[in-house]
Design a binder for this molecule. Structure first.
Ligand SMILES: [Zn+2]
Length: 137
């Protein structure tokens, strides 16, 4: 991208000029600008290697500075989602076991203070169970 050196572009020209001290950086900035013009979007995340704002080009995440595709963000997220999903039935079972235990404890308990604590815990467990149900456990 060529920036005309007239006054109307002064601010932009100055910021671009700052990068020309480093040829590689200059090239990557030009590449970024080009990609943005072509409809790429700049992401809030920086490149894990160099910190340059990542670009979303189609379905790809791309670092103009390293000139490479970044796959970590989406794949990490996918892995995490999958792991949590696999854990859900187990969590549900644990919650149900705890609720059963809690039920017995509440039945035996006569102290108001202790009952309040147990009841609060039960509400929390039920909320967690409800949340799990909404996550399709
Ligand atoms: Zn990078």
């Amino acid at each position: 991208m060529y920036i005309a050196s007239n006054n109307s572009h002064k601010g932009l020209r100055t910021s671009i000029t700052g990068f020309t001290m480093n040829d590689r950086k200059d090239t990557s900035v030009k590449r970024m600008a080009q990609l943005l013009q072509q409809g790429a979007t700049m992401l809030a995340d920086g490149c894990p290697k160099c910190g340059t704002p990542l670009l979303k080009v189609g379905d790809d995440i791309y670092c103009a500075m390293c000139d490479r595709r970044i796959v970590y963000a989406s794949s990490d997220e996918e892995v995490e989602t999958r792991t949590v999903k696999e854990l859900l039935p187990e969590l549900k079972e644990t919650l149900l076991i705890k609720l059963r235990t809690l039920n017995v404890l509440i039945e035996r308990e006569n102290d108001t203070e202790a009952l309040t604590k147990l009841a609060n815990l039960m509400v929390l467990l039920l909320q967690a169970l409800d949340k799990l149900k909404r996550m399709n456990a």
